[in-house]
Design a protein around this ligand. Structure first.
Ligand code: MTE
Length: 311
């Protein structure tokens, strides 16, 4: 696994003012009348730009340095674009159309609906959270997501008592996603699932942004799930459907290799993958080894959900 090192002229992220600081400063100056209110600061109907969103202090520090943006947006698992080369994904997304975008919310809910993403973003409380993110392949990163808790959306559609699981589906666009034809033996579109309490857990985010900007296509634009206590493949990208179901739904990797990828897939350093250890992980881009934490370090938020139930 090789990561390209940036050219010498690239200013390391930590030496530049973060873009969010720049925008927050501009907003502050505009508020005290030192700058005219710029149209760029407009976005949501209340006049606030959706990006960057305010960082949630509870998730401001993930205990590790934030991964450089070029690395987190240049090393991606998104099989629909390239099932082999993580560093090629970003070069294959240009044709992917991310507007207009709707999400169908269906199944066992009192208020099924089709949501327009622009409307949804404006109506939801967007916030920024710095999360550790751990792939099952034993690499990891630390990134600031922008989004809102999935439970905010779930409450809005009023699940029926029979709804026990939530199923998510990625968009299926072979003409814009070259990896689908390249790997036509996979059961496209990509699909994932969570148990209802997992989906309602305050950690579970619907992400629409990264590094204070809308999500890059390679990271799952325009909208994805982020469940940071689970291996990365549970965090499904570019979703178009959310379905509330009574039975545990099939999931993409579990259907392909059930012995290697379970439904729950909580990060667990003590449970090795059949082909490699999960005790440590390599932090991109330098691939230094660090210990993997139970539930990726989010034990306090999630462990109680699994007493005796985890696969
Ligand atoms: N979602 C879809 N639709 N297709 C994918 O190939 N890969 C998963 C997950 N979501 C994947 C997906 C895996 S294995 C990981 S580790 C993360 O996305 C990677 O997210 P990132 O590229 O933003 O780091």
């Amino acid at each position: 696994m090789l990561i390209r090192v940036p050219a010498g002229w690239q200013i390391p992220e930590r030496e530049a003012a973060p873009e969010s600081a720049y925008w927050n400063r501009r907003r502050l100056l505009a508020a005290v009348g030192l700058l005219p209110a710029s149209p760029l600061l407009r976005g949501a109907p209340d006049g606030k730009a959706p990006y960057p969103a305010q960082r949630n202090p509870e998730f401001a520090d993930a205990g590790r340095a934030i991964t450089e943006e070029w690395a987190a947006t240049g090393y991606n698992n998104f099989y629909e674009f390239d099932p082999q080369d993580k560093q090629a994904v970003k070069d294959k997304v240009a044709a992917f159309q991310i507007r207009p975008w709707t999400i169908e919310v269906t199944g066992l809910v009192a208020k099924p609906q089709t949501l327009d993403l622009d409307q949804l973003e404006k109506s939801m409380p967007l916030e920024e959270r710095v999360y550790r993110f751990r792939c099952v392949e034993a690499w990891s990163m630390v990134v600031p997501w922008t989004g809102f808790p999935l439970h905010e959306l779930i409450r809005r559609v009023e699940p029926k008592p029979e709804a026990k699981f939530v199923r998510f589906v990625t968009v299926h666009r072979p003409s814009q996603m070259p990896g689908i034809r390249q790997a036509n033996w996979y059961p496209w579109p990509y699909f994932e699932g969570l148990r209802m309490d997992e989906a309602m857990n305050p950690l579970c985010l619907v992400a629409t942004g990264l590094y204070g900007k809308p999500l890059p296509k390679q990271n799952g634009a325009p909208v994805r799930i982020v469940a940071p206590w689970k291996y990365g493949y549970k965090s499904i990208k570019s979703i178009v459907k959310i379905e509330f179901v009574a039975k545990q739904p099939a999931t993409f990797w579990n259907q392909l290799q059930p012995a290697e990828y379970g439904f729950y897939s909580n990060v667990n350093p003590k449970k090795p993958h059949p082909r490699w250890s999960q005790a440590t992980e390599k932090v991109i881009p330098r691939m230094e080894r660090v210990a993997t934490l139970p539930y990726n370090g989010y034990e306090k938020w999630v462990a109680a959900m699994y007493a005796g139930k985890e696969d």
